[in-house]
Design a protein around this ligand. Structure first.
Ligand code: DAH
Length: 343
């Protein structure tokens, strides 16, 4: 019995010492199993109690129980300590320095061209126009023929085209949407649409890009006159470039309008006195226009004896360059943030 007691104390004391050295809760748990588990060293000693006399048993039982509760108390204390240390560590690692400056989130905005297209749309929507669309890959028929530009017409040379096949090309203008819209709406009146869109030409320099944007306008009804065109465009120019703008129409030629006119707006930089932007003339060209050619009305399914119409087409890049004072069109497509952030 003396030996047994000694052994219990030896194992217990050793476990208590070892416990103080451990600094991981897993190791602590392992030690507990090693000593007090089913196959633990102390448990093994308990099994030997059967060999003791009935008087010795309760005495030994008390020794074991005391040792067991000392061990358990020590375990609880040690694991409490370890937990506190771990918590301390985690808090230190997760500490947030609220005095650090925040990271800056840059807010994007629409591309200047998108801004300009939306502004143009808003102005014409305000005058009762609707928005029409057509495909960028277009047939020769809609892009040229139906617009009174037969196959060998010299005016086709004004627009150097990207052909895909003999009959299919990237549209060089938004004018084909005139025909598509009339085909869709006929015989409804009035036809009153604008058609914003991307167009393509084999051109590339400071004022021309192979891909650019236009907004087409078309109004067809009974009794439409050139003065209607002029009124609409004056209203547009003043909303777009300022209340004090004037416009003038100069005779021109387009195959799909007759008569045709180029429209100038009084210079937004000098107000008409003459400057570098307007090259001293006081006027700046902003679009092409005219009265819809009878053949074009016919191609669209309307009778030119009953109805008349006006049409116009403007380049969005040109409008944007004038509005924002941009000198090189290529800047609009370089996607340099230093440029784009200015709008
Ligand atoms: N489509 C012409 C161009 O790209 C612009 C134009 C001129 C459109 C006169 C029109 C118009 O509707 O009437 O050069």
């Amino acid at each position: 019995m003396v030996d047994l007691k000694k052994e219990i104390l030896r194992i217990g004391e050793e476990a208590l010492r070892e416990l103080q050295q451990l600094d991981k809760s897993e190791a602590l748990q392992e030690l507990k199993v090693k000593v007090l588990g089913k196959k633990g060293t102390l448990t093994a000693l308990l099994r030997q109690m059967g060999s003791l006399s009935p008087e010795e048993r309760p005495i030994m039982g008390q020794v074991v129980n005391e040792m067991r509760s000392r061990l358990e108390k020590a375990w609880d204390e040690r694991s409490g300590e370890l937990e506190a240390v771990a918590l301390e560590k985690r808090l230190a690692a997760e500490r947030i320095d609220i005095s650090l400056p925040g990271s800056h989130v840059t807010r994007g905005h629409y591309h200047p061209l998108t801004q300009v297209v939306e502004e143009i749309e808003d102005i014409f929507l305000g005058m009762g126009f609707q928005i029409a669309e057509g495909p960028e890959i277009e047939s020769d028929y809609y892009n040229f023929e139906a617009l009174n530009l037969p196959k060998d017409h010299p005016a086709r040379e004004m627009q150097d085209s990207f052909y895909i096949t003999e009959e299919i090309l990237l549209r060089t203008q938004t004018s084909p949407v005139q025909i598509r819209t009339m085909e869709k709406l006929r015989p409804h009146l009035p036809v009153k649409v604008i058609a914003p869109g991307t167009v393509y030409r084999n051109d590339d320099d400071a004022t021309h890009s192979p891909m650019f944007h236009q907004v087409e306008g078309l109004m067809v009804d009974r009794g439409i006159r050139m003065s209607d065109l002029k009124g609409i465009l004056l209203n547009f120019s003043r909303q777009m470039f300022g209340e004090s703008r004037e416009i003038r129409l100069r005779p021109s030629f387009f195959p799909f309008t007759e008569p045709s006119a180029e429209v100038d707006v009084s210079c937004m930089l000098c107000g008409g006195a003459g400057c570098r932007l307007c090259k001293g003339t006081g006027w700046i060209e902003i679009l092409g226009s005219g009265m819809v050619h009878p053949k074009v009305l016919e191609m669209g399914g309307y009778n030119p004896k009953d109805v008349t119409g006006f049409a116009f087409g403007m380049g969005v890049e040109r409008i944007a360059m004038l509005k924002f004072g941009i000198e090189d069109m290529r800047l609009l497509f370089d996607n340099d943030l230093r440029f784009l952030q200015q709008f």
